[in-house]
Design a protein around this ligand. Structure first.
Ligand code: F6R
Length: 609
């Protein structure tokens, strides 16, 4: 949440800051701004809305400078407005600061700073930091930043300019990502390397409490006390991925269509000779066989839904109890985990603040930790003992699709892997599942193709509905929950998900004539149960649509509309059933004229709790 870019180069850095911000827009898009140093003075431009609004402002004044910082904001404290947009300036105009994170004791700091007759210009927590730095400044920026950071509670990645050092950028981080990169055309600070359009020779990730000063030919690192630090560089693994929409109208539909590839690459990364082998997972045999008593899966949003699907497969194959928790709840709960627990954290971005905090809690309780992450080198991946990387590639649409599918594949593999290790699965069963898993990419393509037109028609029918309900049981519930989340987040239709048997305990009173009820029902054993729940809502006038598979569709009675996906083994069905639901949310949002790739109030990476 919130993206930071800073560059010190030879020529004018403004175009690079703007291009970088465009790449970072996925982290927030309420407002944006840049600050550069020109003739010893800070020049600043800010605008509400997307980066293109900022660009318009910049085109009016054409500011130039060889050192600058930029920011794209997802509002936490203070409405999205120009005065709350970053960079923030200190009272005397000496410092400009961009911030990602949350300063929890901002009010306390403000009161302290206010007693020094300092004027505040915004309602943000971030401004407290720049004023505090100014208050601590006696000629040494590192010292001032170090003193300020000691007082700040919460999380931050800061990019800072100071007019006394017009050829330097300063940065500090704690709990929010910040990468320093050495490039051919300059040096950079950024929240995400994708913002840097340059040949990068090496990078440094700031660890909690670290501070740095970046000059054109020199980068110095300091610990939280301001003492010089020897820091090892890493090789940049930024692969220049295709970040264009190609022939597609939106990134979301492109990414939906890329799911076959995302799953194929993910599966290929851990299937070796029809066996599951993970390169970054190293459990002691004894832990899985003798110690492991329970599994918890912790995640947020869609990753949580992937976790729900993961629970079904893990419990079915491994016969080990598996609970799934929302990270923001888990981190403040009793969290019954111990040395005999395996705690699994799922995150596309690898930087979701609540998931990261939950991981730290699990570690402190001695649980074995494993994360399923799409972004290499991200905080969750780095802090987990074991990692399974999904290979979905960069996901740009805010609503996740291909990363979700890749997470499901990783969870299937993990279920098979554990079941095999603890003796609940034979080698031939493993081979069977692996072969089925390898067929998924082809079936994903088939399903997308064969359901596309039916889903488009359905979207035309439902796009004006004020409400939509999704129902399902067990793993179908997980799929329904994901379908419902997709619908509400991009089409803004009030969409609810319910376990199919739960409707009649209250919610059914909301079902009216024509209310769309999307029922996910593809499990043989409980199919008739969900069918009864469909009949209950149909009797109240609902427009029931059944999402099922080829094998099960003949069991659908009562003339409901059916959308059927390809067949696969029951454990993997969620991978196919979710596809028409993703398409449905996409086409519905499109008919409603929504901003599909950047839905209102959301950001791709949620680094605040
Ligand atoms: C929904 C969506 C979000 C994320 C959630 C977790 O389409 O994208 O619900 O799934 O914010 O994000 P990660 O997976 O990055 O931890």
């Amino acid at each position: 949440m919130c993206g930071i870019i800073g560059k010190i180069g030879v020529g004018n850095v403004v175009p690079d800051l703007i291009n970088g911000l465009k790449q970072l827009e996925y982290r927030g898009y309420d407002s944006s701004g840049i600050a550069i140093i020109n003739n010893g003075e800070i020049l600043r431009e800010r605008a509400v809305g997307r980066i293109k609004e900022l660009e318009k402002e910049i085109n009016k004044t054409n500011p130039e400078g060889v050192v600058g910082i930029g920011h794209t904001r997802w509002a936490t404290h203070g409405a999205p407005s120009e005065r709350n947009a970053h960079p923030h300036l200190s009272s005397n105009g000496k410092f400009a600061l961009v911030h990602n994170g949350i300063i929890e004791n901002a009010d306390e700091i403000k009161n302290q700073v206010l007693s020094q007759d300092v004027v505040f210009f915004s309602d943000t927590d971030s401004e407290a930091a720049v004023q505090l730095i100014e208050m601590n400044y006696k000629g040494d920026v590192i010292e001032a930043v170090s003193s300020a950071c000691k007082e700040i509670k919460g999380s931050y990645a800061f990019g800072i300019l100071c007019t006394d050092f017009p050829h330097m950028i300063f940065a500090a981080a704690k709990g929010s990502p910040l990468v320093v990169a050495e490039g051919e055309k300059g040096n950079y600070i950024t929240s995400d390397l994708c913002a840097v359009n340059d040949e990068i020779s090496c990078i440094y990730r700031l660890k909690d409490g670290e501070i740095c000063s970046v000059q054109k030919g020199k980068i110095d690192f300091f610990d939280s006390e301001g003492q010089l630090l020897a820091k090892k560089s890493e090789k940049s693994e930024l692969d220049k991925q295709d970040v264009t929409k190609g022939d597609y109208e939106h990134f979301m539909i492109k990414e939906i269509m890329q799911q076959s590839e995302a799953v194929e690459k993910t599966v290929d990364s851990f299937v070796i000779k029809n066996k599951i082998q993970f390169s970054d997972v190293c459990f002691q045999e004894d832990f899985l066989k003798k110690q492991l008593k329970n599994i918890v899966i912790v995640a947020c949003g869609s990753a949580y839904h992937a976790g729900l699907a993961g629970k079904s497969i893990i419990e079915a194959l491994c016969k080990i109890p598996c609970n799934v928790d929302i990270a923001s709840e888990f981190r403040y709960s009793e969290a019954f985990i111990s040395k005999e627990s395996l705690a699994i954290f799922i995150s596309q971005s690898g930087e979701t603040a609540d998931t990261l905090a939950a991981l730290r809690l699990a570690k402190s309780r001695g649980a074995k930790t494993l994360s399923i992450v799409n972004v290499k080198g991200s905080a969750i991946a780095e802090e987990s003992e074991n990692v399974i990387y999904t290979k979905a590639g960069r996901e740009i649409a805010v609503a996740t699709t291909k990363a979700y599918s890749a997470q499901l594949a990783a969870l299937y593999a993990l279920g098979i892997f554990i079941a095999k290790k603890i003796g609940k699965m034979t080698a031939s069963q493993e081979k069977f599942y692996v072969e089925e898993m390898k067929k998924l990419p082809e079936k994903i393509s088939q399903t997308l193709e064969k359901t596309n037109e039916d889903v488009k028609k359905l979207a035309k029918e439902i796009y004006r509905s004020p409400d939509v309900f999704f129902i399902g049981r067990l793993s179908d519930y997980a799929t329904a929950a994901e379908g419902s989340l997709k619908m509400k987040e991009i089409s803004y239709i009030n969409s609810q998900v319910y376990a199919a048997g739960e409707l009649k305990h209250g919610t059914i009173s909301l079902v009216n004539d024509g209310t769309p009820v999307i029922a996910v029902a593809a499990q043989k054993d409980i199919f008739t149960k969900t069918l009864s729940n469909m009949a209950e809502v149909a009797a109240r006038g609902a427009n029931v649509v059944v999402i099922t598979d080829e094998k099960t569709k003949n069991r659908v009675t009562d003339g409901y509309r059916i959308i059927s996906v390809s067949d696969t083994v029951k454990e993997f069905k969620g991978s196919l059933l979710v596809l028409p639901l993703q398409l449905l949310s996409y086409y519905t949002a499109k008919l409603r004229g929504c901003d599909i790739d950047k839905p209102k109030n959301l950001a791709k990476s949620v680094t605040v709790e």
